[in-house]
Design a binder for this molecule. Structure first.
Ligand SMILES: [Zn+2]
Length: 415
């Protein structure tokens, strides 16, 4: 059996519901054996290798509920001037130039940054499935979502054949470590209703998760209402416009509902512009929405309605989005900006959005999102910039002064 290791700290936050003063974590190999007070664990494991971290607090690793790690080399490459479609075109053009190796290197960089900043599990969208080996052997969990896109319904069959091949190539021996494979139809303005329905049908059949972009900006509703605006221009420029397509004249959320693709099997990124009735509908369907605070700020969106969504009973998780619209992949910066934007929301709600909510959406609560026996020994050691106070440790984590001191992933310190 693996040797037992213990770290103890002034405070261990096992979950938002359980904060332990003078706490400790004991683990064997990559798995937590126990979480309790320093005294308790020293009694149970007297021979364990014990590291004491003075003046520090330990939190579960974060769960990044929406990212595109393979775009990490695009940091700063696509400035935003108010036209999202133009920004997206710049991103798409840039990756068209990439070799398979460039793609893999960009992904590897994103993975490395994620681990170093305390992400334990991620919902990551991958453009090129040939880059999949980059995930192998890394102490990270969650789902890799293969992106599919195509506005012309005639390409749906080609994409589905491609997806079937990808899953056939990666049976049980997929060797993606602790990651699962999922599907990501891109967005309502880039992907046909037919391709959406097929992806959902395939995911249902194989019990897979999905992720998509939804109501990211106001142009999306213009497009679905009237078939006009920047997305129509973008599709025409790309030669994928479908002249006989009729706009459904609905909000993006209503459109998904009408197509049967608003379900709890899917994670919906952004949802920056829901109507109040959209919020009710999403709550009824039990969906997960992902707010990406810094990417949201990058695109100068109107205030997010996360607080109303949470109040309505929607599961809202947090994500970084890609480095093409963010300065880092650090989830600590996301929870901090979320706190700044929603000063009246409880620290627990925001902390949960950065940890357990994403784990629930990814169906990995047995391993990530909180600390506890049987879960992965993935956690962050934080200097909160003042003496740690168990009664407000989560608030201290969200304060501008907190910094990550050390990251452990699967029981190993990340350099
Ligand atoms: Zn995205």
């Amino acid at each position: 059996m693996d040797e037992t290791c213990i770290v103890s700290a002034d405070v261990v936050v096992e979950s938002s519901a359980r904060v332990i003063a003078d706490g400790a974590i004991a683990w064997q190999g990559d798995t937590i054996a126990a979480v309790g007070t320093r005294e308790e664990l020293c009694d149970v494991y007297p021979k364990a290798e014990h590291q004491t971290l003075e003046g520090r607090a330990i939190f579960p690793s974060f769960v990044n509920a929406h990212t595109h790690l393979c775009l990490s080399h695009l940091h700063g490459a696509a400035p935003y001037d108010g036209n999202f479609a133009a920004w997206l075109q710049t991103v798409l053009h840039a990756i068209l130039e990439w070799s398979e190796e460039d793609h893999a290197n960009s992904l590897a960089e994103g993975l490395q940054q994620s681990l170093a900043t305390g992400t334990g599990a991620a919902a990551d969208i991958l453009n090129d499935r040939l880059a999949l080996p980059a995930y192998r052997g890394l102490p990270i969990g969650g789902t890799v979502f293969l992106q599919v896109t195509g506005f012309n319904p005639v390409v749906a069959d080609v994409w589905m054949a491609n997806i079937q091949q990808a899953f056939a190539d990666l049976p049980n021996g997929a060797d993606l470590g602790n990651l699962s494979l999922g599907i990501s139809p891109h967005a309502p303005y880039s992907t046909s209703a037919k391709l959406y329905r097929e992806c959902f049908r395939f995911a249902e059949e194989h019990d897979l998760l999905l992720m998509t972009h939804l109501a990211e900006n106001t142009s999306e509703e213009d497009f679905l209402r009237r078939g006009t605006g920047v997305y129509r221009r973008m599709l025409r420029e790309r030669g994928t416009w479908v002249p006989k397509w009729k706009p459904p004249d609905m909000t993006p959320v209503e459109y998904f509902e009408a197509e049967g693709v608003l379900t709890d099997r899917c994670i919906y990124a952004h949802v920056n512009y829901p109507s109040s009735s959209d919020i009710d509908l999403m709550a009824k369907r039990g969906i997960t929405a992902v707010y990406c605070p810094r990417s949201h700020a990058f695109f100068h969106h109107a205030p997010h309605r996360m607080d109303e969504m949470v109040a309505a009973g929607i599961r809202v998780a947090l994500g970084t989005d890609s480095l093409a619209s963010n300065d880092s992949l650090g989830m600590l910066d996301e929870v901090k900006l979320c706190r700044e934007r929603f000063p009246r929301m409880s620290a627990e709600t925001i902390f949960d959005a950065g940890t357990i909510r994403g784990a629930e959406a990814l169906r990995v609560t047995d391993k990530y999102g909180t600390l506890g026996p049987g879960k992965k020994a993935s956690f962050v050691v934080v200097d909160v910039g003042e003496p740690v106070d168990a009664s407000r440790a989560m608030e201290q984590l969200l304060s501008p002064e907190s910094t990550i001191d050390q990251v452990f992933a699967w029981g190993q310190p990340i350099p």
